[in-house]
Design a binder for this molecule. Structure first.
Ligand code: PGA
Length: 231
């Protein structure tokens, strides 16, 4: 694991965007993995600023709230359409677990099958939740998990309900790529910005913490963590 200390979230977002662009351009036909959340908004803005042009035909999302229509203002399908697909003019296929053909367990299996047959991803973007979740793999998730339905942790509901109107309308369940699914990408770029993530980051990088979600990727050969937190 390589840990890159950045001066600010803005500087970090720029570096992550540049690295993402370099990797995906080096393997232009390989699909990529996209993440969502507040941190990623800046990263996608930087991709636009550096005039990044997608060459890949397939992009895979990490997760989605269960039961939200793709056009719902809080769905991750819509988020990725607004922050990635439209600003970058991506004309390929966006695969979102839990949406379209990827609904119900047979759909989650199909999502895994699609990823396995078109993959591996050249690069997967990742954030880290303040409680240590990776995608919606909450603490306690199996390190060998695959795409499935998951229950959001109370801390995740508390952190993300601000985006919902009213806040109580946040779905309690989601569909998430599993930790073993995520670990298959060739390169993992993890962006962790803000003091509120200090404890989660400390646990993530600590070899002693064998059960946190991050333990599933800690020994990945091409893992870079970008953070503004001085450990
Ligand atoms: P954030 O979410 O970028 O909104 O902090 C990260 C995450 O929960 O994985």
């Amino acid at each position: 694991m390589k840990l890159i200390k950045v001066e600010s979230p803005q500087a970090g977002a720029r570096l992550v965007a540049q690295r993402f662009a370099e990797i995906s351009q080096a393997t232009p036909a390989s699909p990529v993995g996209l993440a969502t959340g507040g941190t990623m908004v800046e990263i996608y803005k930087n991709l636009v600023q550096i005039d990044f042009r997608p060459t890949f035909e397939h992009a895979y999302a990490l997760d989605e709230y269960l039961g939200l229509e793709p056009q719902h203002p809080n769905s991750y399908a819509r988020y990725l359409d607004e922050h990635f697909v439209r600003p970058l003019g991506f004309e390929g296929a966006l695969h979102v677990p839990g949406q379209g053909q990827y609904q119900n367990q047979s759909g989650y299996d199909l999502f895994e099958h699609s990823l396995a047959s078109l993959g591996p991803l050249s690069v997967q973007l990742l954030g880290l939740g303040p409680n240590g979740h990776l995608a919606f793999n909450e603490p306690g998730s199996s390190l060998t998990s695959r795409t499935r339905e998951v229950k959001l942790a109370p801390e995740t509901i508390a952190a993300n309900s601000q985006y919902f109107d009213p806040p109580e309308s946040i779905p309690p369940l989601a569909v998430s790529q599993g930790l073993a699914t995520i670990a298959k990408a060739q390169n993992l770029l993890v962006a962790v910005f803000g003091e509120h993530k200090r404890e989660a980051l400390q646990q993530a990088v600590s070899e002693q913490e064998t059960k946190v979600p991050f333990a599933a990727i800690r020994n990945h050969p091409n893992l870079i963590v970008f953070t503004d937190i001085e450990l």
